[in-house]
Design a protein around this ligand. Structure first.
Ligand code: PLP
Ligand code: ZN
Length: 390
């Protein structure tokens, strides 16, 4: 294993990976896993080409992930998802469009990636009871991986979370509590009770390993595009683990000499009813204020306040990308448009990126012929209540 320590993303303070850790003990910001990449680079059998020969799976990047050799790998077959070329939608907006289809992961969303790694590490380090607030898909993924690991899962979700997510959590044996409020209220409830209950808190970016699972999105698209990153990435952003994780992967790959220093312009796509990052980006702020009265059918985007806000804003600016909001009607219409053009029943969060692409083309933020990657982070099948209601 090449993991050396955990480092605070804000103040740089080092922490020991051999203990269960949440936020930085110095400043309360997220911790990042740090690896000895020089040592990885020196091992002959760990060249780019050897990773390429391995079977498709998140865990093929094992040496760039945290679990020690004697750790139990909690896996349900996550990662290694297809990068599909969009034929019709891309041609119509005149870009070279690719869709990373994350809906085929276990529990039908990209949340499986983060939970596979985080639950493996939590079990290795002795946690027995796991808890997380969830907008829906993260809860389903945690429930499944905790069951697989033989650990308890305590999941707090807003009462109006899509039914499929709630039922899924219960059916795989999680303890589900529904809260009259938002994901931030769910997080506050966990914070209040976790010490007494003995829960290890797996909230987004409040432990260091979900982001490690999500970063494999970055490794995979680099490999799938022959180690040349696209011009633009559109990513539906709630808590931001995917965005922050991919950026971390790009840094690691550059240090390994796998890619050059060119980076995609990263765009955060949010819902008009909950767009804290868009607001903060436009206002030139370093942190994002809590978004009042958050509402959107894209439950994964209903995150009014994210602890990783400053990291997302830094990435959007450094990459010369941006942030854009899409309203619910546009998302729902776009689900059908993408479905009928590409044969994919995408989640509203994924559809938001397609709608955002049209807008960004219209205002000249993306040029014709540029290579664009869109993340369809989940499956429309989890949102039947949304489609039944129209
Ligand atoms: C389908 C879907 N897309 C996007 C997101 C936002 O993900 P992140 O927290 O990585 O920004 C979520 C989060 O719940 C989700 O379920
Ligand atoms: Zn710190």
């Amino acid at each position: 294993m090449f993991l050396t320590h955990l480092e605070c993303s804000a103040c740089g303070l080092r922490h020991d990976w051999r203990q269960l850790q949440n936020l930085c003990t110095g400043c309360g910001k997220p911790l990042f896993a740090t690896y000895d990449l020089v040592a990885v680079g020196k091992v002959d059998c760990l060249k780019q080409s050897s990773f390429q020969r391995r079977k498709k799976s998140l865990w093929k990047w094992r040496e760039l992930l945290p679990l020690p050799k004697d750790g139990e790998l909690i896996s349900l077959g996550e990662g290694g998802t297809p990068l599909l070329q969009s034929e019709k939608f891309g041609r119509e907006v005149n870009v070279d469009l690719w869709i990373k289809d994350e809906s085929i992961n276990p529990t039908q969303s990209f949340k499986a990636r983060g939970m596979s790694v985080a639950v493996s590490m939590a079990k290795y380090l002795g946690a027995e009871k796991l808890s997380a607030p969830s907008a829906g898909n993260a809860g389903g993924a945690l429930a499944a991986y905790a069951a697989r690991a033989g650990l308890e899962a305590h999941i707090f979700m807003p009462r109006d979370t899509p039914r499929a997510n709630i039922i899924e959590c219960r059916e795989v044996g999680a303890h589900v509590t529904l809260i009259d409020g938002l994901i931030t209220d769910c997080g506050a409830e966990i914070a209040k009770r976790k010490e007494k209950e003995g829960w290890f808190d797996l909230s987004t970016l409040k432990e260091p390993y979900r982001i490690e699972g999500k970063k494999t999105l970055g490794y995979e698209i680099a490999e799938q595009l022959d180690w040349k990153l696209p011009d633009v990435i559109l990513y539906p952003t709630g808590g931001g683990t995917g965005l922050v994780g991919m950026w971390k992967a790009f840094d690691e790959m550059e240090k390994l000499g796998w890619i050059d220093h060119n980076r995609p312009r990263m765009f955060s796509v949010q819902a008009s009813g909950c767009a804290p990052i868009v607001r903060a980006f436009e206002a030139g702020e370093k942190f994002a204020a809590e978004f009042p009265n958050a509402h959107t059918v894209a439950s994964g985007l209903r995150v009014p306040k994210a602890i990783g806000d400053f990291l997302m804003l830094q990435i959007l600016r450094e990459s010369k990308g941006g942030a854009i909001a899409v309203n619910d009607d546009e998302m729902i219409q776009t689900v059908r448009e993408v479905g009928s053009k590409e044969g994919l029943f995408v989640a509203p969060e994924g559809a938001a990126c397609f709608a955002a692409l049209k807008k960004l083309r219209a205002i000249g933020k993306i040029d014709s012929g540029e290579r664009v990657v869109i993340f369809n982070t989940g499956s429309g099948i989890k949102y039947l209540d949304v489609f039944e209601a129209i």
